[in-house]
Design a protein around this ligand. Sequence first.
Ligand code: SIN
Length: 305
Amino acid sequence: MEVIPLHPLFAAELTGADLVAEPSPELVETVEAAMARYGVLVVRDAAISDEQHKRFSRAFGPLELPSRVPGAARPIGKRAVDPALFYAGNLDQDGEIIPYGAEGSRLAQGAERFHTDSSFHAMPTKWSLLLGHETPPVEAGGDTLFVDARAAYDDLPQATRAQIEDLVGIHDFWEGRRRAGLQGEITPEMRRVIPFDRVEHPLVRTMPYGRKALYVGGHCIGVAGMDADAGGELVERLYAHATQDKYVFRHHWRRHDLVIWDNRCTMHAATPLLSNDYRRDMRRTTINESGPETSAYEWMGLAAT
Ligand code: SIN
């Protein structure tokens, strides 16, 4: 196996890995070490099934299962895949293409603002592993952008680092979507279907290997104990700093690419599809640092409320 850097700051490609077989201790060790160094890891030609995708993911932590509120329709009318996988493609429940910008794709377009998966709930998130089962040609768009939030933190002036060191960010799924361009009122029904609001996480996260990272992805809307405007402005300022081009790596998808990213120290953003002629079938596992294999809805006790 070889780990080849793809960007001056972070992101690498792993070659020579077998993801079809049971993950070997050597593979697990190589991936853990590469993720600690690079934060984003691309594996090409990973022609694996949903079962193999889940098995590989579980070698690094328990799966976060998608939250499904009993009785609620799937919020975006998208393809139903294995219940342990998140769906990030452009296909509907009949496998037909949902045109970019149509009703069924608008909520997902919120992912075009840089964010970290799962920051809108309280589980101890670790990585996401997104597999391209069907991908459009490069000229049709649909790239994914990544930010190194560790390098962005390192480059902050010392005074700003001291100012934010102990601050706590407020994360809210629907308010985050509003900032990403979702129009209209946030209704009680929307809050019922995706019931995560005002969850708190530190603005600065310390990684297990000691580096610090800004944690201000798109679901972060303010700062605990600060006036809403002042907190929102601080978050926007840090977000603008972290998303400068110099911190961004662009991934052009090929079929069977598996891209792994660390949600604790990177942000990512989808980019628009420029054509409705192509299928983009993307399936994601997300794993936690520890804990039972369950959904945030269950883990946060929301099922009982
Ligand atoms: C995501 O934001 O999790 C998906 C990114 C993508 O589909 O490009």
